[in-house]
Design a binder for this molecule. Structure first.
Ligand SMILES: Cc1cc2nc3c(=O)[nH]c(=O)nc-3n(C[C@H](O)[C@H](O)[C@H](O)COP(=O)(O)O)c2cc1C
Ligand SMILES: Nc1ncnc2c1ncn2[C@@H]1O[C@H](COP(=O)(O)OP(=O)(O)O)[C@@H](O)[C@H]1O
Length: 303
């Protein structure tokens, strides 16, 4: 039986992997939502669970884990985010993709993609072919031009490089929202509280693009409340070798322990590289100073 996801209504569909939901992605998706609202169509994003590039032997780190991608898209006004398995469409010809996915599965009337969208087996077809085939099914295709910021096209690849360089202000500018992660607070070695700087330990999401190791001014949301934070992303060489993790001290928090809470950490700007200290006393002094700097920096980001 054919799968039909949107049988009671026609849809407007944005096509792409949309890692990061950066400004370029937003331009495509916002157009889609506007037209969907004007024409009473269901606004749908059709995407994949895993980045198709992975199947072509490239290791691609993630900017936005799927759960966060879902939340951002829903908040933008998308009704359905379809995360298909790329393997199901990988070998479709361009015509099969249009027929099986856009027509039969999604009941599309309006389709939206970016200037560099490719589809069909081996990525043979571009937006011109998409327009031609869709025309036969009375589907209108809108192609969005590249969005340029600071002289270059905004792309997930550019943003991943900036994350690796710790250039968080530029990352957040190109994203149009703040880079970060939501995860549960885990137990560490309990050294933090001995130094009077207890730290929230969070695993980084699997496969995420890991920011340059070092200290960042951050905003942390715990049970709906925001706190100024100072976050070290790295392997804390002073106390031992670990998998990269995120550790945040909240200089203004002195409530109960937060182990087990799921919290959200957003990185705002880079303060200094991570380093190995000769003593815990030196580390403590530096972390306290990092906290002071973070409280000064944060004034730029909150009104
Ligand atoms: C703001 C901040 C800066 C940090 N900078 C470093 C650093 O430069 N080098 C390092 O080895 N560890 C650094 N750390 C990690 C500390 O080593 C770690 O928080 C401490 O060992 C306590 O960890 P635990 O209580 O989770 O075991 C930093 C932590 C924070 C919160
Ligand atoms: N101001 C604060 N900033 C960060 N965590 C705090 C703060 N006050 C209390 N905590 C709590 O202390 C815990 C961290 O203490 P710490 O000694 O660093 O232990 P761990 O090694 O398990 O991270 C955090 O999980 C959190 O629940």
């Amino acid at each position: 039986m054919k799968e039909q996801i949107n049988e009671n209504n026609y849809s407007a569909v944005a096509l792409g992997f949309f890692d990061g939901i950066h400004q370029g992605h937003r331009a495509v998706i916002e157009k889609m939502i506007k037209v969907a609202n004007e024409k009473s169509l269901t606004p749908i994003v059709y995407t994949f669970r895993k980045n198709p590039a992975l199947l072509f032997g490239r290791s691609v780190e993630i900017i936005t884990p799927n759960e966060e991608r879902q939340i951002i898209l829903k908040n933008m006004g998308v009704s359905k985010v379809i995360e298909d398995d790329f393997l199901t469409v990988k070998d479709y010809s361009p015509r099969e993709f249009v027929e099986k996915i856009l027509v039969e599965k999604l009941n599309a009337k309006e389709v939206f993609c970016g200037f560099n969208y490719h589809f069909g087996k081996g990525g043979v077809a571009d937006h011109n072919t998409l327009k031609e085939i869709c025309k036969e099914f009375s589907i209108n295709v809108t192609v969005t031009d590249q969005v340029v910021v600071d002289g270059d096209t905004v792309s997930s690849t550019r943003i991943r490089k900036l994350i690796k360089n710790g250039e968080m202000e530029e990352v957040n500018k190109l994203l149009g929202h703040r880079f970060g992660y939501t995860s549960v607070i885990e137990q560490g070695n309990h050294i933090g509280r001995l130094m009077d700087t207890p730290t929230i330990n969070q695993k980084l999401p699997e496969n995420i693009a890991i920011p340059k190791f070092g200290v960042y001014t951050s905003i942390v949301t715990i049970k709906g409340k925001q706190y100024a934070g100072v976050t070290n992303v790295g392997v804390k060489p002073t106390v031992g070798n670990y998998k990269p993790l995120s550790e945040t001290w909240l200089p203004k928090y002195n409530g109960p322990d937060l182990y087990g809470e799921v919290i959200d950490t957003r990185l705002l700007c880079f303060q200094r590289p991570e380093k190995k200290f000769d003593s815990l006393a030196e580390l403590e002094k530096t972390i306290k100073n990092d906290g002071k700097n973070a409280l000064i920096n944060i004034k730029k980001y909150i009104c």
